[in-house]
Design a protein around this ligand. Structure first.
Ligand code: HEC
Ligand code: HEC
Length: 153
């Protein structure tokens, strides 16, 4: 019996846990990612999207959500390769993001179904894409339940 419990505990530790809790930035994040992709919003951890989604985003940077986020060809290649390499490997999160948005994926909508429509519009949040407004450690890729604090206004 005791042995069974120990095995169960070992399995728990060994399993990667719920996807969500942690999707840390890869250790080989190029400096250009912070410089080019984190000036208008946070540097989204690559594991939030599939390979195809990152390809779609990176091939449309001149028309990026109403802005021009184009890059020089060298940086464009560097970042595309790095994002694709570090894209999610989990089936559950592998859908091609509608409108190139993490926030339009079915997993995102499901995970946030308890957040009311008016909450997203609070001044302290402004947009579902503003992950760090509620996920206080989002910049480190931590999205677990105990690291959430929703601004009251
Ligand atoms: C000039 C400003 C700007 C730059 C630079 C920029 N973005 Fe964005 N990005 C935006 C805006 C604006 C949105 C829409 C935000 C919103 O809806 O709140 C957005 C949204 C996104 C989203 C979707 C967020 C969602 O709703 O799920 C992704 C992914 C993204 N950007 C990736 C990138 C990447 C990768 C780069 C670097 C190559 C980059 N962005 C550079 C302005 C920018
Ligand atoms: C309005 C605040 C808010 C914003 C903004 C927000 N989230 Fe969340 N998020 C939540 C809440 C609340 C939950 C549900 C927590 C729970 O009950 O497990 C959640 C859950 C999640 C989960 C699942 C966590 C788990 O352990 O199962 C992930 C992953 C996640 N959010 C990612 C994101 C990403 C990525 C962004 C930005 C693109 C974002 N969230 C923006 C409030 C927010």
């Amino acid at each position: 019996m005791k042995k069974m419990v120990l095995i169960a505990a070992a399995l728990l530790i060994a399993s990667p846990g719920t996807f969500a809790a942690k999707m840390t930035m890869p250790t080989d994040t190029p400096a250009s990612y912070e410089a080019e992709c984190a000036s208008c919003h946070m540097a989204y951890p690559p594991a939030l999207l599939s390979q195809q989604s990152w390809k779609n985003i990176m091939s449309g940077l001149s028309k990026h959500f109403g802005t021009d986020a184009s890059l020089d060809p060298k940086t464009q290649t560097e970042l595309t390769n790095w994002l694709v390499k570090n894209a999610t490997t989990r089936q559950k999160y592998s859908e091609t993001a509608p409108e190139n948005r993490i926030t339009k994926t079915s997993w995102f909508i499901r995970k946030h179904d308890e957040v009311n429509a008016d909450v997203w519009k609070r001044a302290g949040i402004k947009s579902p894409a503003n992950c760090g407004a509620c996920h206080i450690d989002a910049a480190n890729g931590v999205f677990s339940e105990k690291n959430i604090k929703i601004p009251v206004k």
